[in-house]
Design a protein around this ligand. Structure first.
Ligand SMILES: NC(=O)c1ccc[n+]([C@@H]2O[C@H](COP(=O)([O-])OP(=O)(O)OC[C@H]3O[C@@H](n4cnc5c(N)ncnc54)[C@H](OP(=O)(O)O)[C@@H]3O)[C@@H](O)[C@H]2O)c1
Length: 278
């Protein structure tokens, strides 16, 4: 992991699961950390290792860079668009680490520009207990100079700190692309697990094939992406109707064992649309 090269004043807004981990790692890395949280009991845990601010505005005033790890962009807006907080932020850098949509990012970036606040968007791909370890990744997007200014300060937070693009929405777009993929794949895996258990197939047998399953998804995803780019939806390997039939078997097998079949049934609807579109 990259080592910090200088001590900075850093504010962390929001001490939920993730904000607590972020503030702890930055404080352990030797930065002068100021924290603020709506519920003061969570801030009290930081007395001795960080400065505990009594308002969001005074927390912003205390540092050159302010990290928002509040639950959402809406909550961050509510807090930072209060006139005293906006005044305190002017001339400083705001790094928004909450999960949000590209539209949320655009709105915040344009508010920041109007308010004289430098803005960087950051998305955390890790659980709180991985913050500060090799298992965590944080994606950044926005002005390269702003990232360069703060990258050493923020380096202790993650094993991989990657600047993904000058487009301010790039990190959020990638984050949601990843989350959509991950939730869908994880839910599908649980469906498979339930089916194997219901049919008394030892779970280890499924797990022993997991690498192969993931590799096959990579193969077919790369093929699909290339086809979409070329606008080429031909293909002689397997008709849509054959895919649909296989999915119907997944759905029927689930139903027969009393399992929830909504996930494969939803994918069948997509195949039906594709078939009806020819
Ligand atoms: N946890 C993860 O694994 C994970 C991973 C990647 C990204 N993230 C993202 O990180 C962000 C924080 O997640 P988290 O897990 O730390 O959530 P959390 O534990 O629920 O904490 C939410 C934080 O937001 C504050 N908050 C919520 N509503 C508020 C309001 N109306 N006014 C003021 N403060 C308010 C809470 O303050 P109180 O303490 O006063 O309630 C708390 O500090 C989210 O955007 C999440 O998507 C989380």
């Amino acid at each position: 992991m990259t080592t910090r090269t200088h001590r900075s004043r850093v504010t962390v807004l929001g001490l939920g699961q993730m904000g607590t981990a972020v503030a702890r790692v930055l404080s352990e890395a030797g930065h002068d950390v100021t924290v603020w949280n709506r519920t003061s009991s969570k801030s009290e845990a930081f007395r001795g290792s960080a400065t505990v601010a009594d308002s969001a505005a005074s927390a912003c005033q205390a540092s050159d860079v302010v990290l928002s790890v509040l639950s959402s962009y809406a909550v961050t807006d509510e807090i930072l668009r209060a006139p005293d907080a906006t005044d305190a932020l002017r001339g400083r850098t705001l790094i928004q680490m909450s999960t949000g949509t590209p539209d949320d990012v655009r709105a915040t970036a344009s508010w920041a520009a109007r308010s004289g606040v430098q803005y960087l968007d950051a998305k955390i791909i890790a659980y709180p207990n991985s913050i500060g370890t090799e298992l965590s990744t944080i994606l950044y997007s926005g002005a390269p100079a702003t990232f360069e200014r703060w990258q050493d300060t923020l380096a202790p937070l993650a094993g991989e700190n990657e600047f993904v693009g000058q487009g301010v929405t790039d990190a959020a777009t990638f984050d949601l692309a990843w989350l959509g993929f991950w939730y869908g794949a994880s839910a599908s895996f649980l469906q498979s697990l339930a089916l194997c258990r219901a049919e008394q197939l030892p779970v280890e047998k499924l797990l022993s094939r997991l690498r192969w399953m993931v590799d096959f998804i990579e193969y077919s995803a790369r093929d699909a992406a290339a086809r979409v780019e070329r606008d080429d939806f031909s293909g002689a390997d397997c008709a849509l109707e054959v895919h649909r039939h296989a999915l119907e078997d997944v759905t029927r097998a689930s139903k027969n064992r009393g399992l929830d079949d909504r996930l494969p049934a939803a994918v069948i609807e997509l195949f039906d649309r594709a078939i009806s579109l020819g």
